[in-house]
Design a protein around this ligand. Structure first.
Ligand code: M6R
Length: 605
């Protein structure tokens, strides 16, 4: 949450900062601001509530030139959405931007007598004043003192009035990446802002100070000793962070799923079998565990729910899925024999990270499924399986979900093989079926008009219910989340058999029910549940396989996916559910890519 960018170099800084903020806007979009040194070394500050476009407009008439500055796009935590609360914050000789939460801001305010000085309600401004208090010409010493006093999570980028051309960064928990490029030195809260300039970067280590100037980047520990950064390379390209002719990132990312799946699966197949040798994931990790505990948030947690439904019948060991924010404050029943699988697109979600740390403290082995290379979760886990979705910009997760599923399916297959639950032939055929899910997704994407047409009814309603049994229930959870977050229509997912234990009271004429019925063993049970809601007047959108035998009078809309093995229907079904949410959002004329109150990476509690 909150996007951060800093630049020092030969190019016009204002343009680089504004372009960077546009790239980072998905991290928060209630206000934005930049601060920069002009060529006479004076600091200019401009900030606006609203989107980056408003800030860009406000900057358009500025004539001053600059080669060094910092920029911020905000997702409000402390203090409402106002110009004063927008970043950067000025405090004496300090100009500062912040991503995270300073937990002891109240006691710092008292200790440093800041009440009279504060012009905003933010914890970040408090940190800026504390830094100014310690500053007497030595930036690194002042930053060290600040770090010793603040509690919480932070990624700070800082300019000092008497150090034109220099930017300093420091972080704890909240992410910061930096790069020295042919265009100058850059620092940002995430990679998408760097890829227009470079693919090589480093993650600023926690409790280290990074210094950017126009001609180099230096990294120091808190004692001031020089540290060599660990340079990493990402294979994302500029195209992957652009809309490329699509009206929204979400639609583009839905279309990218087949390719992302191939990139995640194919390099991990050797002789027809799943192979994690290149990922350095040893078979004993899968052979020796007595149970599996998956931990994640939101969409990533829903991917875990699908995997659980598939794993237990195959592996015959307990598989538990936990919401990270609950797990981290619990007393989990895990031990050295538990394989903990952490799922996170960003690799920075704070609750998921805390859950990972807790799991490690219990001695469990941890395997992370992560999309962003070098992210904190990836670095702190014992093993990592990177998904290859490329950057996901839309707040609503689509391609990250399908590649998380693909990675989990590969893990299930390898585990089943290693534990003697699959023969080599069964494992090879499982992988073939997984690959066959890719054209099934493509076919659903090519038929997207079906979803476009059906939302006319949906968007006139206040509530929507999703239902399914077994794997289909796990898919419904994600369908409901997607619809809620971008169309603001209340949606709930139910195990179909559970509906009549209370919720069926809400089924009235015209209430939409999206019924997923792709699982053969429970198909007839599902159809009975569909009859029950239809009998109460529901508007039924039924999703089945191509050749399912259904009384057509049961469904107001019937979408058929290609015939396929039950275990893989999630891939085409996910596309349908994503498209329903997408077109519902469009139908209501909402901001698809940046829905209200949300941000892409949840790096605060
Ligand atoms: O980056 P993560 O996968 O850890 O993010 C977890 C959730 O915040 C995320 O999946 C969220 O639920 C989706 N963006 C919703 O579409």
């Amino acid at each position: 949450m909150c996007g951060i960018i800093g630049y020092s170099g030969p190019l016009e800084a204002r343009k680089i900062l504004l372009d960077g903020l546009s790239q980072l806007e998905y991290r928060g979009y209630d206000s934005a601001g930049i601060a920069f040194f002009d060529t006479g070394s004076e600091v200019h500050l401009i900030k606006r509530t609203g989107k980056v476009a408003m800030l860009r407009e406000a900057c358009a008439s500025m004539k001053v030139s600059s080669h060094c500055g910092i920029g911020h796009t905000r997702w409000a935590t402390h203090g409402g959405v106002s110009d004063a609360n927008a970043h950067p914050h000025r405090a004496g000789r300090v100009t500062l931007i912040h991503n995270g939460i300073i937990e002891n801001y109240h006691s710092l305010t008292k200790e440093f007598n800041l009440d009279e000085r504060l012009v905003s309600q933010t914890d970040s401004e408090v940190a800026a004043w504390v830094l100014d208090h310690f500053y007497s010409g030595d930036p690194k010493a002042a930053i060290k003192s600040l770090v010793e006093r603040v509690e919480g999570s932070y990624g700070f980028c800082i300019m000092f009035d008497d150090r034109p051309g220099e930017i300093y960064g420091v972080r704890s928990v909240s992410p910061l990446v930096a790069a020295y490029t042919r265009s100058g030195a850059l620092i940002a809260s995430d990679l998408t802002a760097l890829i227009p300039y470079t693919r090589k970067y480093f993650v600023v280590p926690e409790n280290h100070i990074v210094k950017l100037t126009g001609y180099k980047i230096s990294l120091y520990d808190l004692e001031g000793a020089v540290v060599s950064p660990e340079i990493m390379e990402v294979n994302w390209n500029m195209d992957s962070a652009m809309k490329n002719g699509f009206p929204h990132f979400m639609l583009k990312e839905i279309h990218e799923q087949p390719e992302a799946l191939k990139n995640t699966i194919v390099p991990r197949i050797a002789k027809g079998l799943p192979d994690f040798a290149d990922d350095k994931i040893p078979d004993h990790l899968f052979a020796q565990c007595s149970k599996i505990h998956m931990i994640a948030c939101g969409t990533a947690m829903h991917a875990g729910m699908v995997a659980k439904a598939l794993m237990e019948p195959v592996l015959r060991i307990p598989v538990i899925v936990s919401i990270a924010s609950e797990f981290r404050y619990g007393e989990p029943l895990i031990d050295e024999e538990t394989l903990v699988i952490i799922i996170s697109q960003s690799g920075e979600t704070i609750d998921t990270l805390a859950a990972l740390r807790l799991a490690k403290s219990y001695g469990s082995k941890t395997l992370a499924i992560v999309n962003v290379k070098g992210s904190t979760i990836a670095r702190e886990s014992d093993f990592v399986l990177y998904t290859h979705a490329g950057p996901e910009i839309a707040v609503a997760s689509t391609k990250a979900y399908s590649v998380q599923l693909a990675a989990l399916y590969m893990i299930i297959c390898r585990m089943a093989l290693v534990r003697g639950k699959f023969t080599r032939e069964q494992a090879a055929s499982f992988i073939m079926e997984l690959l066959d899910a890719i054209p099934a997704m493509e076919s659903m994407i090519s038929r997207k008009e079906e979803e476009k047409n059906l939302v006319t009814h949906l968007i006139q309603q206040h509530d929507t219910f999703f239902m399914g049994r077994g794997l289909d229930y796990a898919f419904s959870l994600e369908g409901a989340l997607k619809l809620k977050e971008i169309s603001y229509i209340h949606a709930e997912a139910y195990a179909a058999g559970e509906l009549k234990h209370g919720t069926i009271a809400l089924i009235a004429p015209e209430v939409p029910v999206i019924a997923i019925a792709t699982q053969e063993p429970v198909f007839s049970k599902m159809i009975s549940n569909v009859r029950e809601v239809k009998a109460r007047g529901a508007f039924v959108i039924l999703l089945t396989k191509e050749h399912a035998q259904v009384d057509e009078a049961l469904a107001d809309v019937h979408i058929r996916i290609p015939d396929m093995d039950d275990r893989f229907t999630v891939f085409p079904i996910a596309v349908i559910l994503q498209l329903i949410a997408y077109y519902a959002s469009i139908g209501k004329n909402l901001d698809v890519d940046q829905p209200r109150n949300l941000a892409k990476s949840v790096t605060v509690e």
